[in-house]
Design a protein around this ligand. Structure first.
Ligand code: PLP
Length: 393
């Protein structure tokens, strides 16, 4: 064997494509004065007491390994928080694992559950990681394309149409990145019935559950009878407490699955970082008010929605949740990828092209993450208006 043979990259890694949002982000970082609306990374700091708790843990030397599944107290608080929302009992010792972000929770779930050839249904447009990880494991992503003219709503009929005897898992992401769509309770009931009749599992990624606006909320499929046994719930601190860099998330799942995920966790990261876990305890302890985060994003949502719809040729539908907007750019006469790169070069606003989230069905859309302060958002809107004017000339 020669050197190139022994250093050959494994197929399971080679098949993973670099993510387009990162590519635009990387290009944007080489240019001056770009307003970067690519990544879902809030610019707000976490609540003060949460930051203090992380610092205290560091200064007091509470920085060793924890149990692989995470600190008991944190798991207790996560279970209690979820019980309150779902109305079902959750055993903190056996049904919860603390992970390095929701990202590791979903990776670990898929890694633990899937075998090559299993089909995994993903509703598009989707968070890019799902399809990448499913493919990397030799399983097969099967897409259900939600339509812009139906407000990107997933229907149980469309889901049923792609089920086969090989369907092992359906991934639900409500509220959804990148559309902000929330799956209504009625649809969740129909999906739950399908899951039981056709015998598949659910991975419910509810990371944006805390960013639902206008006094509304998003339901979870786990609260429906018979669903906890066949579901994995993914959540975390990143969006609710603006703690992206703390890398703290969790999965709630049946005990045998959590036991296997915990075994794998020992071989991957041992445990989530301890200062982050102590910050997480503080965040969920009842002393932390995170409403200001939702209120701030609701305000930015209003600014963006109004601003985009005031630009001739751009259309933004109402955004019920998350900090993303899918903006219809068909009025520009350009396809999304050309639109994104031209807008970045010509007026220094970075966004992501819709096809990155599920293919050509979304070629008339760009995704905007409104994680910037209002002032920067307003600058982006002015620049976008200028860009559209230039195109028309
Ligand atoms: N799930 C979805 C749908 C996301 O959009 C993201 C991050 O943007 C994550 C999970 C990962 O979150 P975390 O920062 O907790 O790893």
């Amino acid at each position: 064997m020669n050197l190139s043979d022994i250093m050959k990259i494994a197929e399971r890694v080679e098949c993973v494509q670099p993510s387009p949002p990162r590519a635009v982000f990387d290009l944007a970082s080489t240019l001056d004065d770009v307003v970067d609306l690519t990544l879902g990374d809030p610019d707000l700091p976490p609540p003060h007491n949460v930051r203090e708790a992380a610092c205290r843990a560091i200064m007091e030397g509470r920085t060793r390994y924890s149990a692989n599944a995470g600190l008991k107290e944190l798991r207790r608080l996560i279970a209690a928080d979820a019980e309150k929302k779902l109305g079902i009992p959750i055993d903190p010792e056996q049904e919860v694992i603390v992970t390095v972000g929701a990202m590791e929770a979903s990776f670990l779930s898929l890694y633990t559950l899937l075998k090559p050839g299993d089909e995994v249904v993903i509703h598009a447009p989707f968070w890019i990681n799902y399809a990448q990880v499913v493919r990397s494991l030799g399983a097969v992503p099967v897409f259900v394309y939600t339509r812009p003219e139906e407000d990107f709503q997933l229907t149980s009929e469309a889901l049923e149409a792609v089920l086969t005897p090989r369907t092992r898992l359906v991934i639900l992401n409500s509220p959804n990145n990148p559309t902000g769509a929330i799956i209504p309770a009625e649809t969740l009931k129909k999906i739950a019935r399908l899951a039981q009749e056709r015998n598949f599992a659910i991975l419910s990624d509810e990371i944006y559950e805390s960013l639902v606006y206008d006094g509304k909320s998003a339901d979870s499929i786990l609260s429906l009878p018979g669903m906890k046994e066949r579901s994995i719930l993914i959540n975390g601190m990143s969006k609710r407490f603006a703690m992206t860099g703390y890398r703290l998330g969790w999965a709630i799942a049946p005990a045998p699955l959590i036991a296997q995920m915990t075994k794998m966790q020992e071989n991957i990261v041992a445990c989530a970082p301890l200062p982050a876990q102590y910050a997480g305890i503080e965040a969920l302890s009842g002393n932390t008010d995170s409403n200001f985060i939702r209120e701030e994003f609701q305000h930015r949502r209003d600014v963006l929605y109004k601003g985009i719809n005031a630009i001739p040729g751009l259309v933004c539908k109402p955004i019920p949740a998350t900090f993303y907007a899918m903006v219809d750019i068909s009025g520009s006469g350009l396809e999304a990828e050309e639109f994104v790169y031209r807008m970045l070069r010509e007026v220094k606003v970075a966004t992501v092209f819709g096809p990155a989230y599920g293919g050509e069905d979304y070629k008339d859309f760009i995704r905007i993450a409104f994680t910037m302060k209002e002032e920067r958002l307003s600058t982006a809107l002015e620049r976008m208006a200028k860009f559209m004017e230039n195109i028309r000339k």
